[in-house]
Design a protein around this ligand. Structure first.
Ligand code: ATP
Ligand code: MG
Length: 566
């Protein structure tokens, strides 16, 4: 591509709303422009990379027997009503004002089940893997981070249709492997976490995550054995609180001006893990006190699973007084005012020598034995794992990292097929709902994640098959020196398909900066001075290494570079 004839509007600076590296660099390198919040236009260079990503995905999906579809973004709302997902999606689903009965699809499980219901009649018609690369619409609450969270974005979504659970396992495994291949080929470092399947309503599911400070998810990872889990479910080898041999009776004592755990540690010199802090929640109008160790953090996702309802919230100060007789910081497990449900984190099970609030402002109780002195019988894993705690599998210290979800694979089961009557006759002639799986990858997220992992202060660093070009031909003063122009034209004509050719009449500085910003792997720099000695300069974008080579070597160097897959 000749830069002179291509729209690559590079920028020195971007607006203050772009804060993460991929967003800033995609704007600066002329890959995208924002049209509205969460809505982006892809410019020629950006589109070229999207196509490279899609080619890799098609290759891998075709290899596992996937058949490509193109389903409409406009969907009849009745289909979504049959699975109760209009309600479940809530504000995320875009509704259309001047054409009632149509919505913009945020995903396509329903439509797949609808077509399966039309034509899959027998177990002999399965397995099937249907996929598409298509635009999704989601009214994300606060779209930020550039294309990582768009209101309109392209997804590769595939769906498996099987007649047995073993079949589903196979389809799921095929996707698992295909996803690993896709992200490996794209040059993205990732890890896989088991995930809860949320609103989808299925059994097993896993997320493919990319470690990045720009991520919105938090995960605990072990660099030794590969354990990785979303912080919502992550566990560690943190030991339970040991029992003290000396176990005196409980004793109330005054703790004026000590509202927080840190106050207690500071004023009384208590060890952090002998303190049991409490939080009060209102769960479906009923209070519940939750006890946690010292400065451990209550994990609301873990609590949600224990309570089995989303209808809970922290209690107000007035509610605390009514139910416990004390205010925040003085609440404890001994004799709260009301007969109230109490639960505790597993680390507190069988602990003694504990200190907690006395349910009386300004007082605490010490020597609490959770077995002897409290009525608590429910202990659950409720705490958030912290950096440095030891891995449960291999005892290596865990890291707690931010991450971006790049892909998600689900064993859906029969939720959608039952609702939409997608049924088949099995070998015995019995009617059963089709067993489905659903598998998604965000196309723009691959691009953004790649950049998050491959950039330096000068710009993007492309390597491998995502790179929009392999070589970047830079001419120095081509309008002044005919030899420069003609040599560059010769190289370009030979390597047109893989070259970005800077044939502009711009200064060397501008050309070098743009080349580093766009980040094509190999730069071929053609200037009059070198050329007079039958030489040109090459620069490796990644290493920054520059070399003067003879013009006779150019073909070999380029060939070697391409062969190395750089
Ligand atoms: P997130 O938790 O980040 O919102 P999700 O759980 O809603 O993601 P899925 O419904 O599983 O995502 O969608 C499959 C894939 O589509 C995701 O793994 C992600 O790569 C991509 N994706 C989802 N939402 C967006 C978005 N708003 N913009 C860009 N890509 C997205
Ligand atoms: Mg989402």
């Amino acid at each position: 591509m000749r830069i002179n004839k291509t729209f690559i509007p590079t920028l020195k600076e971007v607006g203050a709303d772009a804060v993460i590296p991929s967003h800033i660099l995609m704007l600066r390198a002329g890959l995208v422009r924002q049209l509205a919040a969460g809505v982006f236009s892809f410019l020629p260079l950006g589109l070229k990379i999207l196509k490279n990503i899609q080619e890799i995905i098609r290759e891998e999906l075709d290899a596992i027997g996937g058949q490509e579809f193109l389903l409409p973004a406009l969907n009849p709302i009745e289909i979504w009503e049959q699975t109760n997902r209009v309600e479940a999606m809530g504000d995320v689903m875009f509704h259309i004002k001047n054409r009632e009965g149509l919505v913009l699809a945020p995903t396509h499980e329903e439509i797949i089940a609808f077509h399966a219901a039309q034509h899959i009649k027998s177990y002999k018609d399965m397995p099937q893997i249907w996929y598409q690369i298509q635009t999704k619409f989601r009214n994300e609450a606060r779209p930020k981070s550039g294309v990582l969270r768009g209101r309109q974005f392209i997804m590769k979504d595939s769906y498996s249709l099987d007649h047995s659970l073993e079949g589903l396992d196979e389809s799921y495994d095929k996707h698992y492997k295909a996803y690993r291949n896709i992200f490996d080929k794209c040059g993205i470092k990732f890890f896989v976490v088991g995930a809860s399947s949320g609103a989808m309503g299925g059994r097993q599911s896993q997320e493919f995550m990319v470690e990045s400070n720009s991520g919105e998810d938090v995960c605990a990872v072990c660099d030794k054995c590969g354990y990785a889990a979303n912080i919502e479910v992550a566990t560690s080898n943190e030991p339970v609180i040991s029992r003290l041999e000396n176990n005196p009776e409980i004793e109330e004592f005054a703790t004026p001006n000590s509202k927080t755990i840190d106050d207690l540690i500071e004023h009384f010199n208590f060890p952090e893990d002998r303190l049991a802090k409490s939080v009060v929640y209102i769960v479906e109008n009923e209070p519940i006190i939750i006890f946690m160790r010292g400065n451990d953090e209550l994990n609301e996702e873990k609590l949600l699973k224990v309570l089995n309802t989303k209808n809970f919230r922290p209690a107000t100060a007035e509610e605390l007084a009514v139910y416990t007789g004390a205010s925040h910081g003085s609440i404890g497990p001994i004799n709260p005012k009301e007969n109230i449900r109490m639960i505790a984190d597993k680390l507190l099970e069988h602990s003694n020598g504990m200190i907690s609030g006395a349910n009386k402002d300004g007082y605490h109780i010490k020597n609490i034995d959770f077995d002897r002195d409290t009525k608590i019988s429910e202990f659950y894993d409720l705490r958030t794992v912290k950096e440095g705690e030891l891995c449960q599998t291999c005892n290596h210290p865990l890291r707690v990292v931010k991450a971006i979800e790049l892909g998600h694979i689900f064993k859906l089961g029969t939720r959608y097929s039952e609702a939409l009557k997608a049924e088949f006759l099995d070998a015995q002639g019995k009617k059963s709902p089709i067993i489905m799986g659903s598998y998604g990858i965000g196309i723009e997220r691959i691009l953004a994640c790649y950049i998050e992992q491959h950039f330096d202060e000068s710009g993007i660093i492309w390597e491998g098959p995502l790179s929009p070009f392999k070589i970047h031909i830079i001419t120095l003063s081509p309008n002044k020196f005919e030899n420069v122009k003609s040599f560059a034209e010769t190289i370009y004509s030979k390597y047109q398909n893989i070259s970005l050719y800077d044939d502009r009449d711009e200064s060397a500085g501008i050309k070098f900066n743009d080349a580093d910003l766009i980040g094509i792997p190999l730069q071929i720099i053609i200037g009059n001075k070198n050329l007079q000695n039958n030489q040109i300069e090459i620069k490796n974008r990644k290493s920054g290494e520059r070399k003067i080579i003879s013009i006779d070597e150019v073909d070999n160097v380029i060939q070697e570079f391409i062969d190395l897959g750089k």
